[in-house]
Design a protein around this ligand. Sequence first.
Ligand SMILES: *Cc1c(COP(=O)(O)O)cnc(C)c1O
Length: 367
Amino acid sequence: MLLPADPKANYLAHADEIRAAIDRVLNSGHYILGPEVDAFEKEFAAYCGASEAISVANGTEAIEVALRALGVPAGARIATVANTVTATISAIQQIGATPVFVEIDPDTMVMDPAALESVLEREGSSVKAVVPVHLYGQPARMAAIVEIARRHGIPVVEDCAQAHGAATSGKRVGSWGDLAAFSFYPTKNLGAIGDGGAVTTCNAVLAERVRLVRQYGWKTRYVAEVPGRNSRLDELQAAILRVKLRYLDTENNTRRTLASRYSDRLKSSRVRVPSVPGGDTHAFHQYTVRTKQRDALKEFLHARGIACGVLYPVPIHHQPAYRDPAIRLPHTEQACAEVLCLPCHPGITPADVDRVSDAIVGWQGPT
Ligand SMILES: *Cc1c(COP(=O)(O)O)cnc(C)c1O
C-alpha cells in the first residue's frame, strides 16, 4: 500500500545517524534543556531566517505559547482559517480566546488577505492577533497579511506546522510573523520520533517571553517572573531533529520534484492540480488535488493500493465541538468537500507517482 506519509521510511533513511545521536544523548546525562536543544534551536532559527527559535513540546503548544507571550488576553478574538487541523483552534481556546474565521483564496486555499481586511473592519478592535496557516506547505500571502495586520496594530503568528522550508517573496516562513509556530510531529516535513515543536521570531523581547512561558515562567531557577507552564522539547528529540534538519532541503526538493511530476502527468485528467503563485517556494507537505467526486476517487485509488489523505474533510465551523450555522465560508466549505492529498514524500519514487497518475488518468468518475 502506498501511504500518505511514511515516518518509518524516513527513520530508516537516516537510521545510523539517528542511533548515534540517541547514544550521544543517553551517554551525556543531559535529558532536558541541554546542549542538543541549544544547538538545535540555533540551527533551526538560522534555517528559517529567524533570529531565535525556542523549542516546545508540540505544534499546538507552540501556537499557544506564542499567543501567551504576546499577551493576547482571555476573551480576545483571533483571526484564522477554518480549513486547518483542529489543533490551531485548540491552541486559541487554551488561552481563552475564540477564533474568527477568514475566507480562503479559492485557488491556493490559504487565507485571503482581502477577506482578512474585511474581517478586521467588521470586528473592530476585538481581534487581537492573526494566525495564518501555510496549508499543505503553500505559504499564505505574508507580505499582504503582515501589512494589513500592522495597519490594524495587531500581531501575526504564523502556523508553519506544514511548511518547514517554504518561502514567499524570497523569505522563508517562520521569519514573517511577530512569532511563528512549528510542529515536529513525525509525519511533518521535519519530523521527530515523538512530539516536538518550536516558536521562531526575529524579536528578542518576544523570544525572551516565550522562553519564560515555556518553563514555569522561570527567569532564574525556581523564581517565576510571569505565570508559565511546562512545554519543553527533550534532548533526544532535539538530537534526532538535528540529524533530520541536515536533510530537510534535499527532502523538500524531492517533494517538489514529485509534485511537478504529478502536475505534468495529471494535466489531462479530471482533477484540478495545485496552482503555486510565482515567487513562492511550496514545501509540498501535501500534494492536494481537487474534484467534486473526491470520495469516489479516494475509494477508487484505495482499491488499487493507494491510500490518500483528506486534509481536512470538515471545516472547523461544521465540527460538533465548534458548530456555528451562522458562519458561511463558501470557498472553505467547497475546498473541504473536494480536496484529496496524494502520496508525495521522500519515501516514494517517481515510478509510484506514475502509477498513481496513471490510475487517476484512467479513472472514469463515479459509476
Ligand atoms: C500538525 C499541525 C498542528 C499541530 O501540531 P502538533 O505537533 O500535532 O500539536 C498545528 N497546525 C497545523 C496546520 C498542523 O498541520
